[in-house]
Ligand binder design. Structure first.
Ligand SMILES: Cc1ncc(C[n+]2csc(CCOP(=O)(O)OP(=O)(O)O)c2C)c(N)n1
Ligand code: SF4
Length: 278
């Protein structure tokens, strides 16, 4: 986390914008928005010192619903944009948010390298195991036997395992949360924001329109039975063998974050123009 001046305490409301979300009634992303704003209030930096960067998808609409700086960018490229922003402006706290299609499919390559670089970012994936915005195509986390009009009989493909992949690639903090537990999710997000380096929080967030059966997740999630470890091999073994519904911080490491404070972070537009003059 940055050494920002922490001013008077703010409520979660202070981090919400006046735009009303247009998600479907019952979408898990409403609760994720509430957890993000609660977490920011817990951590306490002013909204103008926070940037929320996203890709494309229902979940990627989230920056507009906060009062922080926002960038609703290109599908699958949120981590690239956020990395550039954080390196250029290390004084900002940068959150990155999006869906499983955005982050693991078209953005999969960026996900690997963001973990490896370990820039001080907090990456929030609202995982609903489907492409919601484009009407229900299977994503990398869709179960192989999920039968739908767009994937008759299921894809038959092995699922992508984001938490283990993040660990193997070098993420410094790995957690799983559930949108139906907004307070618990806010606690996890606050820890993720405070943790140095690349923090990855996978939030199970039901798409009630294309995956209505995900309403059952509230009966399946449970707290992780053991505390977070700082041993990546142990964390990987646990995550590989859990049931996919363990909620909590699963790994908190101590890798040194990518250094972002060596340059002059607050150059004027005139300085930048001069640098690129031909
Ligand atoms: C380059 C490009 N390819 C495809 C699309 C179409 N597209 C928009 S959102 C999306 C998938 C969104 O799914 P996900 O990231 O899981 O988010 P959700 O809508 O479920 O929150 C796709 C394929 C696009 N906008 N740009
Ligand atoms: S389509 Fe699914 S992910 Fe998109 S807003 Fe509706 S419920 Fe949420």
């Amino acid at each position: 986390m940055n050494d920002v001046a922490v001013c008077a305490p703010r409520t979660a409301q202070a981090y919400k914008s006046s735009y009303k979300p247009i998600w479907c009634p019952g979408c898990g992303d409403y609760s994720v928005l509430s957890s993000v704003t609660k977490a920011l209030a817990m951590v306490g930096m002013p909204p103008e010192d926070v940037a929320v960067v996203s890709g494309i998808g229902c979940s990627s609409r989230i920056p507009a619903y906060t009062s922080c700086y926002g960038f609703h960018g290109v599908h699958g490229r949120s981590l690239a944009a956020a990395t550039g922003l954080k390196v250029a402006r290390p004084d900002l706290t940068v959150l990155v948010a999006g869906g499983d299609g955005d982050g693991y499919s078209i953005g999969g390559n960026h996900f690997l390298h963001a973990c490896r670089r370990n820039v001080d970012l907090t990456y929030i994936v609202m995982d609903n195991h489907v492409y919601g915005m484009t009407k229900g195509q299977p994503s990398p986390t869709t179960e192989p036997d999920w039968d739908s009009k767009l994937s008759p009989g299921g894809t038959g493909l092995r699922v992508f395992h984001p938490l283990v992949i993040a660990l193997a690639a070098g993420a410094n903090f790995v957690a799983r949360a559930f949108s139906g537990d907004p307070n618990g999710t806010a606690e996890i997000l606050a820890q993720a924001i405070r943790h140095p380096g690349f923090s990855f929080v996978e939030i199970l967030s039901p798409c009630v329109t294309f995956r209505p059966e995900q309403r059952e997740w509230k009966h399946q999630v449970h707290p992780a039975p053991v505390a977070a470890t700082d041993d990546p091999a142990r964390a990987a073994r646990r995550i590989m063998t859990d049931d996919g519904f363990n909620i909590g911080v699963l790994y908190a490491g101590d890798r040194t974050p990518y250094p972002t404070t060596t340059g002059n972070s607050k150059r004027s537009p005139a300085d930048l123009e001069a640098e690129f003059a031909i």
